[in-house]
Design a protein around this ligand. Sequence first.
Ligand code: MN
Length: 246
Amino acid sequence: MIDFHCHLDLFDDPQQVASACERAGIYVLSVTTTPKAWPKTAALAKGKRYIRTALGLHPELAHERFGEVSLLERLLGETRYVGEIGLDGSPAHRQHAAVQLKVFERILAASHDRGGHIYTVHSRGAADAVLTSLQKYRCASTAVLHWFSGSKTELKAAVALDCWFSVGPAMLRSEKGRALAAQMPKDRVLTETDGPFARSGKRPLTPADANVATMQLATLWSMSETEATSHIKRNLKELLSRVPGK
Ligand code: MN
């Protein structure tokens, strides 16, 4: 099972969730929302075979945390994964669009200078702008658009730009989300949960819920669950082969 976008450090008991993932053999990309969270969050993966940590600065925090971009730049050499990064153009956050863009592009430029990373990218209400920035710094990086919610035209543009996608149970619950997922190239799709932010009713999703996304994808792809599981695993291998480890 693969959870390619999860906020391990934001669970009530991160250590317990990390150990449960390890026991169950769940591959987790544990993303950070601020560079300052890096040391503590990276420590959660210590001694764990399947947990990787991404270095990020969430667009919703960009206006408060832009001072941490230089810390992020200094830490870039320590990881193969960068995220959560991106832009948020939804009504609550669009007043900070300018600072978000500055932060996002500074991170992309710094990563570009260091030979690229695998990105997990937030693009709510800002798919077009995210793609414009990614196009500027394509190089050796591969961007995985997490919980993509743009239009079908924007999806086509993302596919043309060689983007990958991670989809979770919350996205696949809606008809629009399923329609988008059905249009994504099967060979560029991974599962995620976005837990604990994303929920199932009142319960925060945990990495084990990536399973629900796998089942939903199996239906969309007309595959058995076993076939979908191995397909997604192959996708992950292919993605990792594109960007060398640090
Ligand atoms: Mn997230």
